[in-house]
Design a protein around this ligand. Structure first.
Ligand code: ACK
Length: 817
């Protein structure tokens, strides 16, 4: 017995000590053990065992030989091994089996037939195939990994559905960077109606790239011929798929769905040994599926961004006016369902959802209109293929959703309307002479009012700079009164007390600006309860403000308010619980920052930018956060950022751009110069704070309190100094590790510096920031940032969080002038 145990330990040691082997095929007599690898003939791809990020679990996967951290396929994504004793074998029947230390199968492939000589090989494309070694029949494999994609679409790989066999090839995200198990997001070709490219979250469409129009996908006019890859879309009775292939096979390019559900393309840059992001999906609000509801168009350059099609009106005027567009619009006049109906032509559109559409490749546009008129439930038509003069016919039945307007490109759509409605629109376009005269009169009147307004504003500012301290906060919720009509669920005090174990100290998450925050469980849902301190004199106003500001906002990068509780003298806000705490908990901690690789940091920067864009540009009331900082960015399960703490937020009317206050609130280190010094705030003061955050995320250092033995600059000054000395990479946090993409880092630093420019006009707005972060366009050169030394900091206050009255401010040199 003892001898047997020795033998076992000896063979175990032997297997651990044996040197790893690199193979070019797997055969029944030549399996792969943990430590061994299989490589493609051109040495592009490698297969073996790995552990993602800081996970200890072992998976079998395929990665690039030049960049081993980029895993493109995982066999046992849902069944990890927990030791280094896994073995991958091929059976004599041609089935790949992954065995654990007790010889149990944790993953296996299937096969279409039994080969004479079973062989598994990793092809130069990154495809792991099982074939018969006796026959050289390329393409006729017994099994291939390309039929079972994970989160990455490689060149030559098909994305779509075989309509004969039913085999569907789709991408599904990893759960997190540490866990390749199938996540909630997927990229598919939805075969219903005219097939379209979609990103799904569970069973719901999250983002619709749209149907193929012969040149590109209807929702992605930017997909153009390029020097790296070409693309094909095939649609026939047997199959529907999208595929791309490399124009130069020595280039690496991959299309990935990340754990946050964002689809991105990366290209390997050999010179810098890094991956460059080529394009990224979902850049603005209009790309959220059905954001504006039925019969609407979404235009990110308009405010509000949603509009009813002409001939339609909001279904619920009340919801529409409060920026809840999801009900969409309805016809003003019902269709007559006879020859009396007609069509209104729209251009530059992303075509509506085609899942309930009908198409025909040979019918021409005129016949197409005729078919639509004949069918009462047909609501619109367009060409199927836009190449040349256009061809084919596409008809929609039922309501039209998820339509956006492009400034360039886009397609034509013929929308069916009742004749009386078409006549009304026609009349509206030809104003009568009286109407014309009144329009001219109104224009003159409005111009006069604007000029008078500007003069009054300038005079007011002059007065102000001479020492007047009249309060001119644009929207003061105390004056407005408490809006009872907020449709926000209210919770019972006893229920919240029970949920938080009577606000026990064990449940306390931390202390925010207005009081403690507790973790709790209410009806099975984990919540965070922000309890307003009773002795916090000024908190009540901020409390109302926070509720008012975010009750109606919904965005994946804003923390979700579930309800509130106002009972006795208690005021509480109930939020969804964010398990990963706040961003400052990670970035400024030497150990925890190692968990934030470059991709995660980029995802966090992008998420904050999208959340801020939503606040700034997506509502008639612009919202300025005024206290954007690392501790106000919470992180969800997948490290997605959520902007929180709206206690200091202010809202503006649609056209207002700037305001003044004599009560300067916010956090030093993140405040823009014009706000800290003159009390002027605008969306550009949030952009400044965003810039500080970007530089903090890249460097892992706090702006306030930054110190360097070589100078007396703060982080902004330090970043600027490295920039002018042409060594910007010196800013990067060492904890980022190997995953770094130099071009993305440089872009982030440059965008960060542009956001912290001294003059608000020199800072970009958030839509430009997002564009700059995701494209390869040339960026402006930054100039010296505002507030780049820390010497003045000590003049302000020793407290991190500043809330001053006018009197206190006027005693320092930084009061509003
Ligand atoms: O960094 P933290 O752990 O994250 O400490 C602060 C503290 O409460 C005071 O703001 C935490 N916190 C705030 N809101 C939430 C939330 N929705 N989920 C989880 N933690 C939260 C915050």
């Amino acid at each position: 017995m003892e001898a047997l145990a020795y033998l076992f330990v000896y063979s175990l040691l032997l297997s651990l000590l044996r040197s790893s082997i690199t193979l070019d095929t797997i055969t029944p007599s030549q399996p792969i053990r943990d430590g061994d690898t299989l490589v493609s003939a051109d040495r592009s791809f490698q297969l073996g065992f790995f552990s993602p990020a800081s996970s200890k679990s072992r998976y079998m996967g395929i990665w690039y030989l030049v960049s081993s951290e980029i895993v493109v396929w995982v066999a046992n994504r849902d069944t990890p091994l927990n030791d280094h004793l896994g073995v991958l074998r091929i059976t004599y029947e041609g089935v790949l089996v992954l065995l654990n230390s007790t010889n149990s199968t944790v993953w296996s492939s299937n096969t279409s037939r039994t080969p004479e000589i079973p062989v598994a090989q990793l092809l130069d494309t990154g495809n792991l195939v099982v074939k018969d070694g006796n026959f050289d029949d390329p393409g006729n494999f017994l099994w291939q990994s390309f039929d079972h994609p994970c989160d990455t679409l490689l060149p030559e790989m098909k994305l779509g559905k075989n309509l004969v066999t039913g085999l569907e090839r789709f991408l599904s995200s990893w759960k997190s960077i540490e866990d390749p198990a199938q996540g909630v997001f997927s990229v598919r070709i939805d075969p219903r109606g005219l097939p379209q490219f979609v990103v799904m979250e569970g069973a719901a469409i999250k983002y619709r790239v749209g149907p193929w129009n012969g040149l590109t996908f209807s929702g992605n006019p930017a997909l153009r011929p390029n020097p790296i890859f070409n693309y094909t879309f095939v649609l026939n009775e047997n199959e529907v798929y999208y595929e791309n292939s490399l124009l130069n096979s020595s280039v690496f390019s991959r299309f990935v769905l990340n754990p946050s559900g964002i689809a991105e393309r990366f290209t390997w840059i050999d010179r810098t040994h890094s991956w460059q992001r080529f394009l990224a999906g979902q850049l603005d609000q209009c790309e959220n599926y059905g954001f504006c509801g039925a019969y609407t168009t979404c235009n990110p350059n308009n405010s509000p961004i949603c509009a009813c099609f002409e001939g339609f009106e909001p279904k619920s005027e009340r919801n529409w006016n409060s920026n809840d567009w999801s009900d969409g619009c309805v016809r003003r006049t019902p269709l007559e369902c006879n020859d009396g109906d007609g069509f209104l032509k729209w251009t530059k559109l992303k075509l509506p959802d085609t899942s309930s559409s009908w198409y025909n490749k040979t019918t021409n546009l005129k016949e197409c209109g005729g078919l639509c008129l004949k069918n009462c439930s047909c609501t619109a038509y367009s060409n199927l293929d836009v190449r040349g003069e256009g061809s084919g016919c596409l008809l929609w039945f039922g309501s039209l959703t998820d339509i956006r307007v492009f400034s360039e490109g886009g397609q034509e759509l013929y929308l069916k309307l009742a004749k009386s409605e078409l006549d009304r629109i026609e009349k509206k376009k030809q104003p009568s002479k009286i109407k014309q005269a009144s329009i001219i009169g109104s224009v003159i009147l409005v111009t006069g009012i604007i000029i008078l307004g500007v003069i009054a504003y300038i005079r007011k500012n002059r007065l102000h700079s001479k020492g007047m301290s009249k309060r001119i906060d644009k929207k003061d919720w105390d004056n407005e009164g408490w809006n009872e009509d907020m449709e926000l669920p209210t919770f019972d005090l006893t229920a919240i007390a029970n949920a938080t174990d009577n606000f026990s100290s064990n449940n306390k998450l931390g202390e925010g600006g207005f009081g403690p925050v507790y973790k709790g469980t209410l009806d099975g849902q984990v919540i965070a309860v922000k309890r307003l301190s009773k002795n916090s004199g000024q908190g009540s106003k901020e409390f109302k403000n926070e509720v008012q500001s975010i009750a109606r906002l919904q965005h994946r990068n804003l923390v979700k308010l579930l309800g509130c509780c106002i009972q006795e003298d208690e005021k509480m806000l109930v939020y969804e619980y964010m398990p990963n705490k706040s961003l400052d908990f990670f970035i400024f901690d030497q150990t925890k920052s190692k968990l934030l690789d470059w991709l995660t940091r980029m995802n966090i920067i992008g998420g904050i930018a999208r959340g801020l864009l939503y606040l700034h540009e997506d509502s008639r009331l612009r919202i300025i956060h005024r206290d954007l900082k690392a501790s106000n960015i919470l992180l969800d399960n997948n490290m997605n950022p959520k902007i929180s703490d709206f206690g200091l937020a202010r809202s503006f009317g649609g056209d207002e751009v700037e305001c003044m206050t004599n009560r300067i609130v916010g956090t030093y280190g993140y405040m823009s110069p014009e706000y800290a010094v003159h009390g002027q705030y605008s969306i550009k003061s949030d952009v400044f704070s965003f810039g500080v955050l970007v530089l903090e995320i890249v460097s892992g250092k706090k702006n306030r309190g930054f110190c360097d033995p070589d100078h007396n600059l703060n982080l902004l000054g330090h970043a600027w100094r490295l920039w002018v000395e042409d060594r910007p990479m010196g800013l990067v946090d060492e904890s980022v590790g190997e995953s770094i993409s130099q071009s993305e880092v440089l872009r982030c630093i440059q965008v960060g510096l542009l956001c912290v420019q001294h003059n608000p006009e020199d800072r970009p707005n958030m839509s430009s920031v997002l564009l700059m972060l995701s494209s390869e366009s040339l960026l402006h050169k930054p100039r010296q940032p505002g507030f780049y030394t820390d010497s003045r900091r000590t003049d302000y206050s020793s407290s991190e969080h500043a809330t001053y009255s006018a009197n206190e401010i006027s005693t320092t040199s930084f009061g509003p002038r």
